[in-house]
Design a binder for this molecule. Structure first.
Ligand SMILES: C[S@@+](CC[C@H](N)C(=O)[O-])C[C@H]1O[C@@H](n2cnc3c(N)ncnc32)[C@H](O)[C@@H]1O
Length: 257
């Protein structure tokens, strides 16, 4: 059951905090890097903040820059997002893909239960088990279409797959094929571990894996734990992990793995 601290998840609070923080972070980004590309990013990202994405401006900017890098370096494969919520981060990426690959934008695959988070497990820690409950962050799938409309992108290259990752990812793995960018924004240990186990092998070497909650050690300790366990199993060096802000992280798949 929700307790008092879950008030911070009420839609109006989330909207207001997201929108205000989005504005402040956009000014800070422009202050550091006032060029055409940054302005273009802010023009696309700000309308999605608040209502359509919970991802911070620095993390959205990292995602945007990684997508541009894949396009410019010809890194093959789809954009796959696990953890879509109302579709904001995927709409931003798809708008960029459609403007740079107008005749044949690469496929975009979007996976979410749309019923919110599953039950946190022991590996998420007692704090998360107390604060979060199954069903929190549920969002009607129609928001995804609205987010893409707001970003000015169409859904022609997009497949939205509702359901739990442990069922949907094995079912669609083959159809997805190679992946250029794997965006994991799923908060919980089991969810992060499931996405990495199911899809990592399909990421093109040099492609990017983006993990939104890696740095949120207090809020989402299970996320970092899942990443580190996966790195150990695959003998990957944690030094390759880069940070986009206090919470967000990404790494490029090594050429040799
Ligand atoms: C933080 S939200 C995603 C935010 C989104 N990327 C944005 O732009 O704001 C996390 C999402 O992960 C989904 N999720 C987490 N674990 C899942 C699982 N095991 N199967 C399906 N969906 C899951 C939830 O339904 C929720 O919509």
């Amino acid at each position: 059951m929700p307790n008092a601290s879950t008030i911070s998840e009420s839609p109006i609070v989330v909207y207001t905090l997201n929108k205000g923080k989005g504005l402040i972070d956009s000014f800070a980004l422009l202050w550091r890097k006032a060029d055409r590309s940054t302005l273009d990013f802010i023009r696309r990202a700000l309308p999605l903040k608040g209502g359509y994405t919970r991802v911070s401006i620095p993390r959205l900017y990292a995602l945007y820059s990684l997508t541009l890098r894949c396009i410019e370096n010809g890194i093959a494969g789809a954009y796959v997002e696990c953890g879509v919520w109302k579709g904001g981060s995927s709409a931003l990426v798809n708008a960029l893909l459609q403007s740079h690959e107008p005749s044949d934008p690469r496929p975009v695959w979007l996976f979410d239960s749309f019923e919110g988070l599953p039950q946190p497990s022991e590996k998420d820690g007692a704090g998360v088990q107390d604060r979060y409950y199954s069903g929190i962050l549920a969002a009607d799938q129609s928001y995804v279409r609205r987010a893409h409309e707001r970003a000015g992108s169409s859904l022609e290259n997009v497949r939205v797959i509702p359901g739990w990752f442990n069922e949907t990812l094995p079912q669609h793995r083959e159809a997805i094929g190679t992946i250029a960018i794997l965006h994991i924004d799923v908060d919980l240990y089991d969810s992060v571990y499931c996405v990495l186990s199911e899809l990592y092998d399909q990421v093109t070497p040099g492609g990017a894996i983006v993990i939104d909650d890696y740095g949120s050690e207090k809020r989402w300790p299970g996320c970092r734990r899942a990443v580190h366990e996966f790195f150990e199993e695959r003998e990957l060096d944690p030094e390759i992990i880069r940070r986009s802000d206090r919470s967000g992280a990404f790494f490029h798949k090594p050429m040799s793995s």
